[in-house]
Design a protein around this ligand. Structure first.
Ligand SMILES: Nc1ncnc2c1ncn2[C@@H]1O[C@H](COP(=O)(O)OP(=O)(O)O)[C@@H](O)[C@H]1O
Ligand SMILES: [Mg+2]
Length: 395
């Protein structure tokens, strides 16, 4: 099918899109490559627009918009949606997402972005939410349930976009039978709020007795999220601190204010909650899709894989998790060293937060079934990280 790859109202590429293979078989014309997804920049060859590598990466980028093969309980989700693979969903809603403004416009259509984007236009989310989050959901019945931004969500956790009072929220569950992720998200928000870090605000919500985290969409119709992964893709990989430094340099070159401090804030949070999942798609920048200006570092999001989640044991406290600093997996004590002036942190703002977290976990004990001993161990861990940070600040 002949289509135009659009970025909001801007024509980017005129392409032949193969609806069966989901591959971009041919590029008829390049309209404005600057407005293409950032990751494609480094593959584009001006005098060979049909270069195989470029089209492969374009197709990979498009497929990468879909639900990944490693999504928790994917088989159940597919069954409930009555499809066999996530890529079947890719073009059901023109490829639209709530994290950017790209879409595929059929060549001969006169569809307007204003009429179809999910930021302004409501979508039917109830059946997808049930299919994704519920433990005993049934198969969907409405074709409209497949015309939602839920076709294009990344990440491992079960999740669903919903609309509540006009606002778009992302609901995220735990992984398999674990339910700590939502609480860790809320804890991270509380820490960020107290320390003044720009963050996505997560709250606890319940859906049919299932605990989920709920956060508003941090993208607007004028912006897109470009993850660090996309930005680093065109940069040399060092597997040492240079990866971090070069990324900061790049952000500064694009006039992002206080880029270093903002990145440091993310690693300070990761230290406090022992977040093991700061891979390159879990942070990035916000770009203006109209002017292509890099506006800011994206607010801190996806902090759920924390507090030694993988190593929980009723008997003892294992402190075995590692953090991530770009391509390296390192101890939190190592990673925190990137912070140039840790004394800028007003650690007293965290006074009482352990008790606050203890209360939160007890409040939902009737749903999570956490033992008092587990809650106690989580609080001990959190307390010990905060105390270690205090020591770093004092010394
Ligand atoms: N509040 C949000 N607004 C817009 N996009 C979001 C928001 N939260 C997450 N995303 C996008 O969805 C992806 C998956 O969300 P994430 O929280 O990372 O889930 P997971 O824990 O499964 O990795 C993110 O990488 C990001 O692209
Ligand atoms: Mg993620």
């Amino acid at each position: 099918m002949k289509c135009i790859l659009m970025n909001k109202n801007k024509e980017v590429l005129i392409v032949e899109y193969n609806e069966t293979s989901k591959f971009f078989d041919y590029i008829y014309e390049v309209k404005d490559i600057d407005y293409a997804p950032y990751i494609l920049k480094s593959f584009y060859i001006e005098n060979d627009i049909n270069d195989n590598l470029f089209r492969t990466n374009l197709s990979e980028w498009f497929k990468g918009r879909g639900i990944p093969s490693w999504r928790d309980k994917l088989d159940i989700l597919l069954h409930r949606l009555n499809i066999t693979a996530p890529y079947e969903l890719l073009d059901k809603a023109l490829g639209l997402s709530l994290s950017d403004q790209y879409w595929l416009k059929p060549y001969d259509s006169n569809i307007l972005y204003d009429d179809i984007n999910f930021f302004d236009n409501d979508f039917d989310y109830a059946e997808f939410m049930e299919a994704s989050l519920s433990t005993n959901g049934s198969q969907i019945t409405k074709e409209a349930s497949l015309k939602t931004p839920n076709n294009t969500t990344d990440g491992m956790l079960k999740k669903a976009w919903i609309i509540d009072n006009g606002t778009r929220y992302l609901l995220k569950g735990g992984y398999k039978n674990e339910t700590l992720q939502p609480f860790n998200e809320v804890l991270a928000s509380e820490i960020c709020k107290r320390l003044g870090f720009n963050h996505v605000e997560y709250t606890i919500d319940t859906y049919k007795d299932i605990v989920v985290s709920k956060c508003p969409c941090f993208i607007t119709k004028d912006t897109e999220l470009i993850t660090c992964y996309q930005i680093k893709n065109e940069m040399k990989r060092h597997d040492n601190l240079e990866d971090y430094e070069e990324y900061i340099k790049k952000l500064e070159d694009y006039n992002i204010k206080n880029a270093r401090e903002k990145l440091e804030n993310m690693y300070i949070l990761d230290y406090i909650i022992m977040n093991e999942d700061r891979h390159l798609n879990n942070f990035g920048i916000i770009r203006d899709v109209n002017t292509l200006e890099w506006i800011d570092v994206a607010p801190i999001f996806d902090n759920g894989q924390s507090l030694n989640l993988e190593y929980y044991d009723e008997e003892e406290i294992h402190i075995s998790g590692n953090g991530r600093l770009f391509y390296e997996v390192k101890s939190f004590d190592e990673i925190i060293k990137v912070v140039k002036n840790i004394k800028r942190i007003e650690i007293s703002k965290l006074d009482g937060i352990v008790e606050w977290f203890d209360d939160l976990l007890h409040q939902y004990q009737y749903l999570t079934g956490y033992s008092d001993s587990r809650i106690n161990k989580l609080c001990i861990l959190l307390n010990s990280q905060i105390n270690k940070l205090k020591e770093l600040i004092l010394n």
